[in-house]
Design a protein around this ligand. Structure first.
Ligand code: GLV
Ligand code: MG
Length: 280
């Protein structure tokens, strides 16, 4: 998984277009990108769209917070399908394991859940949240997280320049919580949609921290995010050399001045596994 495109479910043209784009997953959003006045019409559209859609991509639905006035209708929509067209449900603003349990009890049995960690409490509780058997991924939500943590900013998801890297720490916590339980970790979106350099840097930073993929909110962001999350030919060749050198050794060796041991082999193998997964 590299890019997950979030589209407002209130915009049928954007939803239809998403099916044709090079993203790995489509997130049909009923939460923050859809105004309260548009939510009912968006659900009516989704009911029809999802009963007909055929796609090789993973298609997920982001519901409204369970405590909101909109959640009941979101749940009814999801429970009304048979067969179930959704690959997963995206749960925003999850603060603890009980939040996940409450959702799981209301959604179809066994539904895969992808949780957004986007509050101070959610971050503290992330290791417990990731332990739920139906939770398959955690995604960091930079904009809501900054609001919750009290970080000032005029650009959602972008801290003041004095602390430009401040979100790396919570993002890494999300990676650790997810990976500790064998789950996937995603970074949230980059909100400045015409800032390609900023997007690439944000995506590369995320990958460097161990993140598995990144949300995008505009079709123009897909290619850059896919590129950042796809190992380059040089990286692949180097990883193959490391594995070969290790396998030809008796447990440790060196390659062009680099010490190769069991750990470096594991890092290389993980990169090669990622390549296999992307090529599928
Ligand atoms: C995404 O939902 C965010 O809050 O950044
Ligand atoms: Mg959010």
């Amino acid at each position: 998984m590299r890019s997950l495109l979030s589209v407002p479910a209130s915009q049928p043209k954007m939803v239809e277009k998403a099916l044709t784009l090079d993203c790995d997953q489509i997130i049909l959003d009923l939460e923050d990108s859809v105004t309260p006045a548009d939510k009912a019409a968006a659900r009516t559209y989704l009911k029809d769209f999802l009963s007909k859609v055929e796609s090789k991509k993973r298609i997920s639905l982001r519901v409204n917070e369970l405590s909101s006035a909109f959640a009941k209708a979101d749940i009814d929509l999801i429970c009304g399908f048979n067969p179930q067209p959704l690959s997963s449900v995206i749960l925003p603003k999850i603060h603890n394991l009980d939040d996940v349990r409450s959702w799981a009890a209301k959604l179809p049995a066994g539904m895969q859940l992808e949780v957004q960690i986007e509050s101070a409490m959610g971050l503290i509780q992330a290791p417990h949240i990731a332990s739920h058997p139906q939770v398959i991924s955690l995604a960091f939500g930079p904009a809501d997280f900054m609001a919750s943590a009290g970080m000032p900013s005029s650009n959602p998801g972008t801290p003041w320049p004095e602390v430009a890297n401040a979100l790396q720490w919570p993002l890494m916590q999300v990676v650790i919580a997810a990976h500790a339980h064998g789950k996937t970790a995603y970074d949230g979106p980059y909100f400045q949609i015409s800032d390609d350099l900023g997007l690439s840097s944000s995506a590369r930073t995320a990958r460097a921290l161990g993140v598995d993929g990144k949300w995008v909110i505009h079709p123009n962001q897909i290619a850059l995010v896919n590129e950042a999350f796809t190992p380059s030919p040089e990286e692949i060749a180097h990883a193959e050399e490391i594995v070969a050198a290790f396998n030809a050794s008796s447990g440790a060796t060196s390659l062009d001045g680099l010490m190769i041991d069991e750990a470096s082999k594991k890092v290389a193998e993980r990169l090669l596994e990622r390549v296999t997964q992307i090529r599928k």
